[in-house]
Design a protein around this ligand. Structure first.
Ligand code: IPM
Ligand code: MN
Length: 357
């Protein structure tokens, strides 16, 4: 079987980090003996500025025919905020019903965390963020816009169906992960009593089917506190779209920053098309300089391969990243660190092929 991958390199440093992820893909495909086919799409700021087109509906139909999507980074300094985010990223998430946003938060050896006294043994959790509803749905509007009487309404939409499938996914993941077997619901049910009342009830009801999973609850404000103070308390966290967005960036910081944080937008259904991306942005000021560390993009490729059931290939990449850091081949994850973008790609590709632990 050939894995059909749609590639959207995007803007800024997106194409550079994508190249390295594809380099690593080619290397592991060679040793793991699977085939793939890449189709490139040039959606992003450049194309928008050139043609006025963001992501046409025909492209959505086309993307649905792939097995999976790989995305570099979207965002352009000359494009007003919101256009590309909503027009490309959120449109794909919604139209392809990628209802899970998966954010593994794992501190690799020798990676700097701002949390004093915490190491890889403390920071290893996964955030399961609902990805199609909540405050992101775009329900609402402005009345008397631009006047002193302006009204702005942005509704938080939660459906039992949407909430339940997300919670169910999180329970399954907690079970499969088999780490602490603990799932924490992060919400604000003490204030958002309607919306998060629904989350609490769904969590409790679905939870009855998972008696072997410890079921915990934390309000979102307290969650940010515990993630800093005691990240080891968390195994899997399930939360709504908006809170997931916020706590995932906190998570990225405690795992060493944007240079290492990868994510997946999943449609777990049998014919679902998921999308994988590094969580960093397009960092336009580093564009074309071969300075950005591509580990987050490479990590997203490892996630993609796992999703496509290429476990061995995925593990090889994960092990290569771990080894590159633990053996200090890479000492600095920041832009302009000790190795260039292409050198890091070469290194990970080589270590993934060698596959020594
Ligand atoms: C993310 C990003 C997006 C989000 C933006 C770019 C729309 O911050 O993937 O977390 O808010 O979901
Ligand atoms: Mn975000």
């Amino acid at each position: 079987m050939t894995i059909k991958i749609a590639v959207i390199p995007g803007d800024g440093i997106g194409p550079e980090v994508t190249n390295e992820a594809l380099k690593v893909l080619e290397a592991v495909a060679g040793v793991c003996d699977f085939k793939y086919e890449l189709t490139n799409f040039d959606f992003g700021g450049e194309r928008y500025l050139r043609t006025g087109e963001v992501l046409p509906d025909s492209a959505i139909e086309e993307l649905k025919r792939f097995d999976v999507i790989y995305l570099g980074a979207i965002g352009h300094p000359d494009v007003q905020p919101g256009i590309l985010e909503k027009g490309i990223l959120l449109k794909i998430r919604f139209e392809l019903d990628q209802y899970i946003n998966l954010r593994p938060i794992k501190l690799y050896p020798n990676v700097y965390t701002p949390l004093r006294d915490k190491g890889p043994e403390h920071i290893d959790l996964v955030i399961v963020r609902e990805n199609t509803e909540g405050l992101y749905l775009g329900s609402g509007g402005n009345i008397r816009k631009g006047t002193s009487q302006e009204v702005a309404i942005q509704e938080m939409v939660n459906t039992r169906f949407g909430v339940e499938r997300c919670i169910r996914y999180a329970f399954e993941l907690t079970s499969e992960r088999n780490k602490d077997k603990k799932l924490t619901l992060c919400d604000k049910a003490n204030v958002l009593t309607f919306a998060h009342g629904l989350w609490s009830r769904a969590f409790e009801e679905v939870g009855k089917e998972y008696s072997d999973i410890k079921q915990d609850h934390a309000y979102v404000d307290a969650t940010t506190m515990w993630m800093v103070k005691n990240p080891e308390w968390f195994d899997v966290i399930v939360t709504c779209n908006m809170f997931g967005d916020i706590i995932a960036d906190l998570g990225a910081m405690i795992q060493g920053g944007m240079g290492i944080a990868a994510s997946g937008n999943l449609n777990p259904g049998p014919d679902g098309v998921s999308m994988f991306e590094p969580i960093h942005g397009s960092a336009p000021k580093y564009k074309g300089q071969n300075k950005i560390n591509p580990l987050a993009a490479i990590g997203a490729m490892a996630m993609l391969l796992k999703d496509e059931d290429q476990m061995e290939a995925s593990r090889r990449i994960e092990n290569a990243i771990t080894r590159a850091l633990s053996e200090r081949h890479i000492k600095d994850l920041s832009a302009g660190g000790d190795l260039s973008t292409t050198q890091i790609g070469d290194l990970i590709a080589r270590l993934a092929v060698e596959n020594k632990n």
